[in-house]
Design a protein around this ligand. Structure first.
Ligand code: CP
Length: 326
């Protein structure tokens, strides 16, 4: 790959240039092809990787674990309650201790300031596995899935429909603009992305040839888009807001009608997962109106959500190999 990212942290998209993100994506495609061909990498052999999780995770935890093992590293899961982080020991002190023992640190949690503090003090690469502000490893998997489908990202439409100010929306807004995409955030006005973020995305898009649209009109927002993306209506830590969000976001549910409103038979449906799309979960049985996508869409020919989930592993592997690997 062209860019030398050795020793760099991976905290948010804006810390990188579009060319650097593109290099990470190219590396992910190579690693995916290698894995499919049965070619085993050893670029992280002898490395120890700490996986700190304040919040639960299926995809991110498993992606980091499998990626470590694939490349010869040892992953160590440090769950909420397993370590002193922030309670009995400051984040800065924890970072300095872990940095003496581990070669890289993944953090998933609430405050973005926590991952910034870890990065400041650890002395080893720190990777953001999701904070309340950003989800950059998800963004890489998302754009990988879009490129697999359409062969390019430049000018390709991605309409994110739902809560426009959560971490996934933030990362898509900036990240898609960095890849020169036609990114649309479709949400109620009260959930529009923060103004400074929209301005940054527009400035990035002016450089990359991308396009940024923020709208509360679902039909206009998805028209002509190659992809429709949604996420849960209440993020982790927002469970108390579920009833309020259902009332606000019900008109933004991704239905067959929304997919058809793209006007593109080849349009795809994306979701970072987990997704409420039927009553097979405890939470959706308690709140049957919680579903952000129709089951017909999730299970239909539009859906690429499990390609996206698999791509979490290839893209996370690329981030670790690029910043820590030999
Ligand atoms: N998309 C995502 O971050 O999934 P997990 O919460 O399961 O890690």
């Amino acid at each position: 790959m062209a860019a030398n990212l050795k020793g760099r942290h991976f905290l948010k998209e804006l810390d990188f240039t579009p060319a650097e993100l593109d290099d990470l994506l190219s590396l992910a495609f190579t690693l995916k092809a290698n894995k499919r061909a049965g070619v085993r990498g050893r670029t992280l052999e002898g490395k120890n990787v700490a996986l700190i999780f304040e919040k639960p995770s299926t995809r991110t935890r498993c992606a980091f674990t499998v990626a470590c093992v694939d490349e010869g590293a040892h992953p160590e899961y440090l769950g909420k309650g397993d370590i002193q982080l922030g309670k009995k020991e400051s984040v800065a002190d924890t970072a300095r201790v872990l940095g003496r023992m581990f070669d890289g640190i993944q953090f998933r949690g609430f405050a973005h300031a926590t991952v910034e503090t870890l990065a400041k003090h650890a002395g080893v690469p720190v990777w953001n596995g999701l904070t309340d502000a950003w989800h950059p490893t998800q963004l890489l998997a998302d754009v990988m899935t879009v490129r697999e489908q359409f062969g390019t990202l430049r000018g390709v439409g991605l309409a994110y429909v739902g809560d426009g100010r959560n971490n996934v929306a933030n990362s898509l807004l900036i990240g898609c603009a960095m890849f020169g995409m036609d990114v649309r955030i479709v949400s109620p006005e009260s959930l529009f992305p923060e103004g400074w973020l929209v301005e940054r995305a527009q400035a990035v898009a002016a450089q990359t040839g991308g396009k940024v649209t923020i709208t509360s009109d679902v039909s206009a927002g998805v028209r002509g888009s190659h992809s429709v993306y949604t996420d849960v209506w209440a993020s982790m830590g927002e469970e108390a807001k579920i009833a309020e969000r259902i009332a606000l976001l019900k008109p933004f549910k991704v239905t067959v009608g929304v997919m058809e409103a793209t006007g593109r038979p080849e349009a795809i449906f994306l979701h970072c997962l987990p997704c409420f799309h039927n009553l097979d979960t405890e939470m959706s049985r308690q709140n049957p109106d919680i579903c952000e996508a129709d089951d017909e869409v999730f299970e239909g020919s539009w859906s690429r959500v499990f390609d996206q989930a698999e791509n979490r592993m290839h893209t996370i592997k690329a981030v670790m190999v690029a910043t820590l690997g030999r």
